[in-house]
Design a protein around this ligand. Structure first.
Ligand SMILES: Cc1cc2nc3c(=O)[nH]c(=O)nc-3n(C[C@H](O)[C@H](O)[C@H](O)COP(=O)(O)OP(=O)(O)OC[C@H]3O[C@@H](n4cnc5c(N)ncnc54)[C@H](O)[C@@H]3O)c2cc1C
Length: 809
């Protein structure tokens, strides 16, 4: 066995082999894969082999599309058949809500260039003749679906990688990993030690164990999964003969199962509600190419419905039942990328749909390793989207929830309950007592809206405006007309100190740094000049900086900060988590209220817009920013958590006669929309440049060098290819949810990033991107909402306070 390699990939399942192949394709030939048994011997060998391009996250869907398109190339290069059957896929709707879901799915696929369409049940039957039509009301057709041979496909990746120079060692178990002082690794195996620069964890069922070798607990859990294979079905044989093709792949949401042809019968797999994790703490190293004992009772409820929906199945013999384990992350998407805090250690695990996603995972990871960037927006599968709060038992609860809901609708206003409440602030019970409906924000409970007294505090889930509408409106109006208070604990907060802090921030951020006592907004760019962060920075004096960003992106950002920290220790970045939490006051009477709680002068002249001040508020030491996300006069007040309750009570008491009211996250998001403020992960993502996103005034191209400056200069010189736009939509009773296509002059040209109802301006609002070349006065826009193209008007100015006078009051 070789004793050195540039990269060691641990695991010879479909994912590890794909990573190996893609690394060679990127030009890294000195790469080695170590497999403790034979290739495919984890979860890969017993997969049902289905593949599809659809995914709730459009960016993950794009990588799935790439995977499906790759197989032909792979067969050509390797000479190994993947056993492809491109049979087309049908998703069957048995309720109006499911039909609405399918319409939104088709719409999302449009701007990605996916050719899905809504078809009638009669049409669907032409692809799957066993359907009893009376149970369904419509269907979605995806021509780009099918199934393949899992083993053939894995070997095709492996052969293609070997042909390009990669090495594969089977029967080679990685037993431990030791980091070298230079950041490289010593990989200890049962056959000796391999020295390498990078390690990739593609351990599949053993990904947790491989993670533990470097001291991390990955949020991954294996679940048992069953599918059965039937005897021959004469109707299928007849169909094959007559139509000259296979029957299509079917998802029946009502029965929570999938079906496809296998030989002359079918495969039927179910995602049962009574699902069972496999080896919840440790995966035994002795587990080989084995199956688990089937438990048909567990999927009996699915079979009962399936027998009604496809009556012929009730009378068909079952040839065999497969029960095998495979892994999931809490949200069901892969965990890919460099692991924060571990140099040169990469994750390629939690891949629950290896044959839809394996290619995309390999492509993104190899881009990342070779170029320093995944090359796509892969936030939806970045390993950094989970923090250390995603413990083993949290993961267990969420994975079971996700598995059991695999074929359930997720409504846009639906919050899922498993593993909650996890993190709470001191005000949690106080808010609940006042009717707060809570949401899960990166593991933290956050008030979404407040139900009026006497009304049940819960969301009625829907694709349409729902029972929160009137309450959110009242909250918005209170802010615009008087004063509101909201909790803002769910931000990432960082203290940045040290002699080199300012120099470092200037290098990392696109804007200049604020003067002492002042605040600045700044994008952070990657080397390609794309937006990877959007921060508020305050200069607290004495070389201390405070910074606020998206809580969801805290690990993502810390990973970037750590990669770029000077080695001499002259800069320290401390993520504060729950050590500093906040309340925000917003509205025209917020100054009056704040003044009642402090003896500092907070007049407009003494405490100006974008000032930062340390002061006592309600006897509590506080750090106060004169800024809010609402577009109104307002303040963010940050305190240690033990003082939050006192601060809140004082605010409510002092504001009673000013009309103070709680407002939640939903009102905050509506309020920022009325000002056309963008938000991280929707309007600001690593696929957009700052000029495209309308952030040019925060990018100082005349300051000394900063990361992304050259690319930003180029973007400016060439002009942005697309532009963030703001629209007023002629909506009915549903507002945009995000990811809807934008039609320009009757053609899909862009997409919505976010939107909703602006209660103060009484308009349905949306933000999105279209090609810059199409921006012109009077351009005809339409936004597709629930299958209907609704007219939309381009707005060059936000409907609320375009001169920004309210914030500066
Ligand atoms: C019943 C069933 C049906 C399925 N149907 C489908 C389907 O229709 N479509 C689809 O896309 N997916 C399906 N899947 C899921 C699919 O199997 C997985 O997504 C895929 O196998 C994941 O591949 P992987 O490479 O990540 O993991 P694995 O296949 O588990 O591979 C990991 C490999 O790493 C090796 N390894 C681990 N630790 C070490 C170590 N320390 N040293 C050396 N080697 C190590 C293991 O031996 C193993 O071979 C199904 C799964 C099951 C169980």
């Amino acid at each position: 066995m070789r004793t050195t390699a540039r990269v060691v990939v641990i695991g010879g399942g479909v994912v590890g082999c794909s990573v190996l192949y893609h690394l060679t394709k990127k030009g890294w030939k000195d790469v080695m894969l170590l497999e403790r048994d034979q290739l495919t011997s984890g979860s890969t060998w017993h997969a049902a082999g289905g593949f599809h391009t659809l995914n709730g996250d459009p960016n993950v869907a794009m990588l799935q599309s790439y995977t499906v398109g790759l197989y032909k190339e792979l067969e050509e290069i390797s000479g190994q058949s993947c056993g492809l059957h491109l049979s087309a896929g049908i998703m069957l709707a048995d309720t109006p809500e499911r039909m609405e879901f399918l319409k939104t799915t088709v719409a999302k696929g449009r701007y990605l260039g996916m050719h899905t369409e809504i078809i009638s049940v009669q049409e669907a039957k032409k692809y799957f003749p066993l359907i009893d039509e009376k149970h369904f009301i419509g269907a979605l057709l995806d021509p780009n679906e099918g199934h393949l041979d899992p083993s053939g496909t894995t070997y095709a990746y492996a052969k293609a990688a070997k042909l390009a120079g990669a090495t594969i060692e089977v029967q080679t178990k990685v037993e431990s990993l030791r980091q070298k002082p230079d950041g490289g690794w010593l990989v200890h195996t049962n056959k000796g030690v391999v020295e390498c620069e990078h390690v990739v964890n593609a351990g599949g069922l053993w990904a947790r164990e491989v993670g533990r070798m470097v001291g991390i607990e990955l949020p991954v859990l294996a679940m048992e999964h069953m599918y059965l294979v039937t005897e021959e079905i004469p109707e299928i044989v007849a169909y094959n003969k007559e139509a000259g093709k296979e029957i299509g792949h079917v998802i029946d949401f009502g029965a929570e199962c999938y079906l496809r042809q296998e030989g002359k019968g079918i495969v039927l797999g179910a995602y049962e509600k009574a699902c069972v994790p496999w080896s919840p703490r440790n995966t035994p190293w002795t587990f080989g190419q084995e199956l688990l004992a089937p438990d048909i009772d567990r999927i009996a409820p699915s079979l009962e419905v399936a027998f009604r929906h496809f009556p012929r199945l009730e009378h068909v013999g079952i040839k065999r039942i497969i029960n095998g384990p495979f892994t999931f992350a809490p949200d069901g998407n892969p965990l890919v990328g460099p692991v924060q805090g571990r140099t040169n250690f990469w994750s390629a695990c939690g891949v629950m749909a290896g044959f839809s996603q394996g290619g995309g995972v390999g492509l993104a990871l190899s881009n990342w390793m070779v170029d320093g960037d995944p090359g796509f927006d892969i936030w939806g599968m970045d390993v950094a989207r989970y923090g250390d709060w995603a413990t083993r038992s949290y993961t267990n609860a969420k994975v079971r929830e996700n598995y059991s809901r695999r074929f359930s609708i997720r409504f846009p206003n639906e919050e899922l309950p498993a593993g909650r409440p996890l993190q709470t602030t001191p005000l949690y019970d106080t808010f609940l007592a006042q009717g707060a409906v809570m949401g899960d924000s990166w593991g933290m409970e956050t008030p979404l809206w407040f139900a009026p007294a006497g009304e049940k505090a819960e969301d009625l889930v829907s694709f349409h405006r729902s029972n929160d509408f009137a309450a959110v409106k009242a909250e918005c109006l209170a802010v615009r007309e008087a004063v509101g208070v909201t909790e803002i604990a769910n931000f990432a907060k960082y203290d940045i100190t040290g002699a080199g802090a300012e120099r470092w921030l200037l290098h990392l951020m696109a804007n200049t740094m604020p003067a002492p006592g002042r605040i600045m907004l700044t994008p952070m760019l990657n080397h390609q000049g794309k937006i990877i962060g959007d921060f508020t920075l305050a200069n607290a004096g004495d070389g201390r900086y405070m910074m606020w960003g998206s809580s969801q992106a805290q690990v993502y950002h810390m990973r970037w900060f750590e990669q770029h920290l000077p080695k001499d220790g002259s800069v320290r970045v401390a993520p504060l988590g729950m050590k500093r939490i906040g309340l925000s006051l917003a509205g025209p009477r917020s100054r009056e209220l704040l003044q009642r709680l402090t003896d500092d002068d907070v007049s407009g002249e003494a405490f100006r817009f974008m000032d930062y001040r340390e002061m006592e508020v309600a006897t509590v030491r506080a750090k106060v920013n004169r800024i809010t996300y609402t577009g109104d006069l307002g303040y963010e007040i940050w305190v240690a958590p033990e003082y939050q309750l006192r601060l809140y009570r004082s605010i409510m008491a002092a504001g009673a006669d000013l009309g103070i009211r709680n407002f939640g996250m939903r009102a905050l998001l509506c309020l920022r929309l009325e000002k056309n403020f963008g938000t991280w992960y929707r309007e600001f993502r690593p696929i957009y440049g700052p000029f495209e996103a309308g952030l040019e005034r925060f990018v100082k191209l005349d300051k000394t060098d900063f990361i992304g400056k050259a690319a930003a200069l180029q973007e400016k010189a060439e002009g942005p290819k697309r532009t963030r736009i703001f629209m007023v939509v002629d909506a009915l009773d549903s507002d945009v949810m995000g990811d809807e296509p934008i039609w320009v002059d009757g053609k899909v040209q862009g997409w919505v990033t976010s939107g909703g109802y602006g209660h103060y301006v009484q308009q349905s609002l949306a933000q999105g991107y279209i090609p810059t070349a199409l921006l012109r006065d009077g351009v005809q826009l339409e936004v597709e909402i629930l299958g209907e193209r609704r007219p939309a008007r381009l707005q060059m100015q936000p409907p609320l306070d375009p001169q920004a006078l309210r914030m500066r009051m």
